[in-house]
Write a protein that binds this ligand. Structure first.
Ligand SMILES: Nc1ncnc2c1ncn2[C@@H]1O[C@H](COP(=O)(O)OP(=O)(O)O)[C@@H](O)[C@H]1O
Ligand SMILES: [Mg+2]
Length: 265
């Protein structure tokens, strides 16, 4: 069955904690996540994965960093990856996001095998289909907030005006519509990270990978940014895979993957 994600708002006061139900119907898998908080019933039906990775393995010299990782993310899912420092979370995210290559295994984005693309095609594909948010914003200091958000859209060859309109709307949605002309140095840490989120979203990517996106923020700003991820999912059905040490974010996410010694258990 073609991929389908239903998001229905229901009042489920009798639920005390999240309930995950997985079943099969006519050969298709059907998954429900029912939550009391946010009163949301989410159902994913069929083979609707955006991202699928199989048997990912990676070595740094003699060090076996990833030991056969399998990951599948459905459209509109917010999935967190947690695990001790050095367990391979960033390495995995870089491989899934095509910033690094695996020794073994395949990565599919919407059924397209992407680990076989060559450098020029890969860069173009990454620009259009994948968004990244890192712990440090990596904004270009000499450009304004608006320009920083626009640059990946311009690189993709889209119309200048159209990209600017979308960038303004995104920055407005993210609560920094008044800061368009500020350069990164004239923004707070929370604002800089929100610009980085807008930049990740400018080409409407299939998935956003975030590596400890709130690791450098105070708890109030971190909570704000976490809420924004869920708003963006509600508004745009945006899919996120987020490495985090933040227990609250891991608890809020649809699923948590636990990474240990290069494996996901
Ligand atoms: N470029 C590299 N060269 C050699 N070793 C690396 C490199 N990057 C990461 N490592 C090692 O790989 C392991 C996993 O690192 P990483 O994926 O960054 O873990 P995490 O993000 O979970 O903290 C660590 O032991 C780290 O020291
Ligand atoms: Mg890391």
């Amino acid at each position: 069955m073609a991929g389908l994600l239903l998001l229905v708002r229901l009042h489920l006061p009798f639920l005390r904690q999240r309930v995950l139900i997985s079943t099969k119907f006519a050969g298709d898998s059907i998954k429900f996540a029912c939550e009391p908080v946010g009163l949301r019933l989410m159902a994913t039906i069929g083979n609707n994965h955006v991202l699928k990775a199989t048997n990912i393995q990676k070595y740094y010299g003699d060090l076996w960093v990833l030991k056969g990782v399998n990951v599948e993310i459905a459209k509109g899912e917010i999935v967190s990856i947690v695990g001790p420092s050095g367990s391979g979370k960033s390495t995995l995210l870089h491989i899934l996001g095509t910033l690094d290559v695996a020794a073994e295994g395949d990565v599919f984005l919407r059924d397209k095998k992407i680990n076989v693309l060559k450098s020029k095609a890969l860069a173009a594909f990454r620009n259009k289909h994948i968004g990244f948010i890192f712990q440090f914003h990596h904004l270009l200091p000499e450009f304004s907030a608006l320009e920083n958000v626009c640059i990946p859209g311009w690189i993709a060859g889209r119309k200048k005006r159209e990209v600017e309109e979308q960038a303004k709307n995104l920055l407005l949605t993210l609560g920094i519509g008044e800061r368009l002309d500020n350069k990164p140095a004239a923004l707070s840490g929370g604002e800089q990270q929100r610009v980085a989120v807008a930049r990740a979203l400018i080409n409407s990517p299939d998935i956003v990978f975030a590596d400890e996106p709130t690791g450098n923020l105070d708890s109030a700003n971190a909570e704000e940014l976490h809420k924004l991820f869920f708003d963006l999912r509600s508004k745009f059905q945006q899919t996120f895979l987020i490495v985090t040490h933040n227990e609250e974010l891991a608890r809020m996410s649809d699923r948590t993957l636990h990474m240990k010694d290069g494996k996901i258990n």
